[in-house]
Ligand binder design. Sequence first.
Ligand code: PMT
Length: 408
Amino acid sequence: MTLQGRHIVLGISGGIAAYKSATLLRLLIKEGAEVQVVMTPSGKEFITPATMAALSGKPVVSEFFAANTGEWHSHVDLGLWADLMIVAPATACTIAKMATGVADNMLITTYLSAKEPVMVAPAMDLDMFAHPTTRRNLETLRGDGVIVLDSPSGELASGLSGKGRMLEPEQILEAVKRHFSALQQDYSGKRVLVTAGPTRESIDPVRYIGNHSSGKMGFALSAEFASRGAEVDLILGPTPVTPELPATVRVHRVESALDMLKSVEENYGECDVAVFAAAVADYRPLHPAETKIKREKRETMSIELVSNPDIAAEMGRRKRTGQINVGFALETDNGVENAIGKMQRKNLDMVVLNPAGNKDAGFNADTNRITIITTPGNKARELPLLSKRDCAKAIADSIAALSEAAKR
Ligand code: PMT
């Protein structure tokens, strides 16, 4: 969910396109945004506040005072709460009021108090859209820093055809996503290496030692770094899960721990940040059989194992000044203590502790319960249950803070 944690005010003024705002609201919420709907009195003539309240999960704000309690609706608080205000549809009247500051309804007072960026999606008939007054008002808004979305040509409510239609909700959503991703490009120009998934250590041509890692934590990290401008190399062990990743992420598929080490060695030198999220098998069969091992008549059998290289520890030895290495610790008990031990042994700058054996965290879950521990000082920050993408966001934020602190 790319808008997770974002606060959006959705302003609705009185145009026929208001019915599309319900779809826009659903799309924003599906992407994880929290949305507060603010409607003008005429907006309520086109779509009911009950519909928008049910879809947003919040009472719609429309009047200056709540009719039953007399409570004042604070447009100032809304301005502080929101990360973005979208006015869709923005009628000629609302655009004119925004341009001239006619604060006679909640939508306009909210706009005038907005500390956040504001986006408008104009919607009106073609003559109104083409009128010099509207053009002038839109120019004023642009000059004031408002993001004015395109109004494509097409069939209009009047039956005429031309420019003035509201952009489709899906296109508005894309503009919103572009807006947020352009804001946060703190990894631009950086290279990030991520290891993810399990490794498979062959016993014979048909059997292997493996584990339950799905790679999902590594996918979330790769997507998060890429969305913040990084060039990402994902070294991925064999997982049945198909990653949904931005096209810019370079995926290097590997099988065993030795393959993973080789691929990491090829990409580590150039990277600024390395995050080791893979569940690498600590041991592999010393002599994998070349042909399928037969059952024969034995009751027991043993396989001699040999230790695999510790990839994170090896890269810890090669780390140059300025590089940041982050490891994970999958623990059942004494989590923080064990995680700090791993951080020190592997020369990590940060370790992310997550639990083993939980249904909603660690292996294969879509959510995780992480504690981020950073050097210097081994400060531990425990986070609540979050989607893996939100965990990735918190990890990326902590790494960015660490690299800022290192510059000071
Ligand atoms: O893939 P998912 O299903 O989404 O699950 C995510 C995860 C649980 C696999 C992930 O969040 C995680 O915890 N990965 C590390 C698992 C692990 O092997 O932990 P560890 O405590 O054994 O290893 C410590 C660190 O050393 C890890 O960063 C690991 O990648 C690294 N390591 C370990 C052994 C080894 N031979 N080479 C390594 O690089």
